[in-house]
Every structure is written in C-alpha cells, then in structure tokens.
Design a protein around this ligand. Sequence first.
Ligand SMILES: Nc1ncnc2c1ncn2[C@@H]1O[C@H](COP(=O)(O)OP(=O)(O)OP(=O)(O)O)[C@@H](O)[C@H]1O
Ligand SMILES: [Mg+2]
Length: 377
Amino acid sequence: MRVESLRLTCVRNLAPTVLAPSARFNVFSGDNGQGKTNLVEAVFVVATVRSFRTTQLADLVAFSAERAHIAAQVQSHGMTRLYDLELLPGGKKVRLDGKAVRPLSKYFGDFNVVLFAPEDLQIPRGAPVDRRRFLDRAVFNRRNDYLPAMQRYELALKNRNAVLRRAADGGLPPRQVNELLDVYDEQLAELGCAVTSARIAYLGELRPLVQAAFFEITRTGLVADLDYACAGKRGMTEGAPSLDAQRLALREARSKDLARQATSVGPHRDDLLFFLEQHDAGSFASQGQLRAIVLAWKTAELQLLTQLRGDPPILLLDDVSSELDAQRNRFLFEHLAPRAGQCFITTTHPSHVMVPAADRRDYRVSGGSIIQVDPSG
Ligand SMILES: Nc1ncnc2c1ncn2[C@@H]1O[C@H](COP(=O)(O)OP(=O)(O)OP(=O)(O)O)[C@@H](O)[C@H]1O
Ligand SMILES: [Mg+2]
C-alpha cells in the first residue's frame, strides 16, 4: 500500500502542498512547532476521517481559512483510488474516487495506517480507559466485526445503567427492576463475552510479535510481555471468564451496582497489562524502555496487518527517536527496514532516523513549508 500523492490546502499551519512521497521511508525533519505533526495528522485524518489530537476535525482548518482540503491518491493491491476529505464551516465532505461515500464505512478497508504518536508512550503508565481505547483501535484495524460488537455492548451497558438509575430514583417498582436487569444481564454477559474474547484472541496473535520486536529493538535480553485483566484474572494466562462466569459476576454485582447506579463488571472495566521482566511496565520501566515497548506493539500491529492483507499498511511514526539512544534507534530501523512498506517519519534530528540511503527521501519542514532536500544537506 502506498500514498502516491498527497495534496493539502489550508491544513493547520501547512502551506498549500503537493507531495509525491517515496514508497519507503519519508523523513520529515524540522524544529519544534514547524508543522511535522500537522503533516502526520493530515495523512491519518484522510485515511480514518478522525484525528488522534482532537475530536473536532474543524481544528485542522487553518486559522486564516474557512475550509481545508486533504486528498490522497493511494495504491493498494494494484488499484489506485482517490481519498478526499474537505472540512467546511458546516461539517465535512468525504469522497472516494470523486463520489460522495454513503455509508461512510465504504471509505475504509483499503487505506490502513498504523500510527505511533508520542502520547502513546504514556499508555503503559496512563489510565485504563486509554489503554482500552488503544487496544480497541488495534482490534478495529484487525477485524471488521469488532466495531459493531463493541457498539452493541455499549448500548446494552447504557440500558442497564439507565435501569440502575431509575431504580434509585424510585421510578421503577423493584419487581420490574429485577426483570429488566435479568434481560440486560443476559445481553451484557453474551456481548461482553464476544468483546472480551475478541480482545484476548487479538492479544494472543500480537503477543509473540511484540515480544520478538521488543527483543530486536532493545537487544538487552529483557523480556516484555502483555496480558489482559478481566474480573480479577489474567485473561491470557488464566483464561477468559466463561459466559456462565460473566452471568454470575453480573448477578453477584447487582446489589452493589444498584447502590452505585453503575455497572461494575465487564469489558468496560477491564485492562491491558504491559510487563517488563514480569513487573508492571508503567511503574518500573524507564522512558526509553516504555517507548520501546509501545514501538514493539506498533511494529507488531504492522506485521499482523501485513500477514492478513498481504500488503503492509502505511506507518506513521511521529517523533519516535527522541527517547531512544543511538543504538536503540539503529536497532529499531534495522527491525523495520525489512518489514515496513511506506513510512512517514518525523524527527527533529534527521540523523536519528537510520535507514538505508537508497530507501529514504528527506524533507525539511519549516514554518509550514515542506521541501524535499538532499539528505546530506
Ligand atoms: N488550525 C491552525 N491554523 C494555523 N496554525 C495552526 C493550527 N493548529 C496548529 N497550528 C500551528 O501549528 C504549529 C504546530 O505544528 P506541529 O504540531 O505540527 O509542530 P511540530 O513540527 O510537530 O513540532 P514538535 O517538534 O514540537 O512536535 C504551531 O505553531 C501551531 O500554532
Ligand atoms: Mg510534533
């Protein structure tokens, strides 16, 4: 898969730009605040129709403009398609090959991106809700049926929580409360099992790839590992709770949930665990080691998608190198070189990106202008 051309108009601080990126490593260097992340964001947004920095796509429109336009010509499996997103005062217009896309789901599928953003570094030591979102994004990329399963689960959860609140208000007689909760518990147990087992199955596929990538990137002999925490258990090593166990857990939580007016068990409370030498990575790993774990996850995600689709997705690496020492940077790019397809890499120091000269194209980002440069210059 490859972005053959990228056209940007009025996107954040970026000058109107037309790029023809190389099929391999495209390195964008520049000082802080020049527009490097803005470029990575533009590629991410035209592929996914959402941003990793804001929930308001309108934030991408340049301060001085009313509308922004991002268009990418993408080649995948021998076909070239034009992905086109326009941000207007009233909303957005999404076109594929010049035609409006309805439903929007038709836009997705052949333009896959895997992103590493510096914020991801905080994932192992951040809040469980962010780790769940991080995991869910990877599972969405892996399987098309996961998003609808997750949405059905969230709807059932919302319904159960509404009954818990109405019970507390006295808006429903106790018998009706119990009847409704019986119905929602059954739905939640079934849908929750589907969500949990999709997450655990995904982690089962990813785990050996993460371990191997971490080993290659760090070459310290230290072992990184993952697990999934559900209902007080380690889901990957001890097994996921069965349907009966989920039913029982909801049943047992009912009186506590009625008192708290919220559902206390299920995948919306689970967690993704990262380990370094069997210790919680968030508490014990160094900055550089954390970065290596998250990078190992991202390269594993890339490899898994490549195995499934027969074509590597586009890799966006925003400022990967700043926390890695020179040796670890070299190992990272040695690991990536044979595995990655097209990459967009940003850095403040182009020498940190150690990829073969023949596979690399360099750009300088300065005050929103992006200019191709000779790598030695
Ligand atoms: N909607 C917008 N219109 C115009 N400029 C914007 C808009 N949004 C952000 N900017 C500007 O973009 C610049 C930041 O760009 P960006 O985040 O891409 O920098 P960067 O090169 O990645 O820097 P760093 O190395 O610090 O990560 C800031 O100067 C900011 O004011
Ligand atoms: Mg940046």
